[in-house]
Ligand binder design. Structure first.
Ligand SMILES: [Mg+2]
Ligand SMILES: [Zn+2]
Length: 205
């Protein structure tokens, strides 16, 4: 099968509200509209991949084992609206972390593109036809580093980013929109990566 394009999503500030180190399920709140937006991406045949920096692990705020628990909960909330994340990747590291095992300058903490590259290898993704949606410039940098198109959302930290200062060309920036739902609408991502054969690769579940 040919490599498939993906829509990479940052987690905090894009899919869920950025609650500043969300390490437990009780603090998870979906960004309004994000679940139907993910469902639209699923229907259109994109591989949906969450790539998230979780330096709270390195800083000792929560354990690395708690991260997949939060992700399973996000998956349940999305599923209530028919949405599905195909894979979650998180970076637990931070160069100034308190927890020795995670205190390092890794290649996966965005803006480094390690998580996207790993996803591409494991899921057979076509990065050049993929998108990255984030609320921080570091998300856009990670996407641009692998040749993906990028979108900045105004939810989360995005409200504080001065879009006028962004180097659109270096960041492969397609545009700046209110939220994930608006990104799907504005860039017609709900029509799929390759409309003619989108039906062949889309799965419902
Ligand atoms: Mg974020
Ligand atoms: Zn890392």
């Amino acid at each position: 099968m040919a490599p498939r394009p993906a829509v990479f999503l940052d987690r905090d500030g894009v899919v869920i509200e950025d609650g500043h180190y969300v390490g437990s399920v009780d603090r998870v709140r979906l960004v309004p509209g994000s679940a139907p937006a993910v469902a639209a991406l699923n229907r259109a045949g994109w591989v949906v991949v969450v790539v998230t920096n979780q330096a709270g692990v390195a800083k000792g705020y929560f354990t690395d084992e708690s991260v997949p628990v939060v992700h399973a909960h996000i998956g349940e909330l999305l599923a209530e609206h028919g949405g599905r994340v195909d894979a979650f990747y998180h970076c637990p590291h931070h160069p100034d972390g308190e927890v020795a095992a995670y205190r390092l300058a890794c290649d996966c903490r965005k803006p480094k593109p390690g998580m996207l590259r790993r996803a591409a290898a494991e899921l057979d993704l076509d990065l050049g036809r993929s998108w990255m949606v984030g609320d921080r410039v570091s998300d856009l940098e990670a996407g641009a580093a692998v040749g993906a198109k990028t979108v900045l959302v105004r939810t989360g930290y995005g409200a504080e980013v001065d879009a006028g200062t962004l180097d659109r060309s270096a960041l492969n920036l397609a545009g700046v929109v209110e939220n994930l739902a608006a990104a799907v609408q504005r860039f017609e991502l709900g029509r799929g990566p390759h409309r003619r054969d989108a039906g062949a690769t889309s799965r419902t579940g």
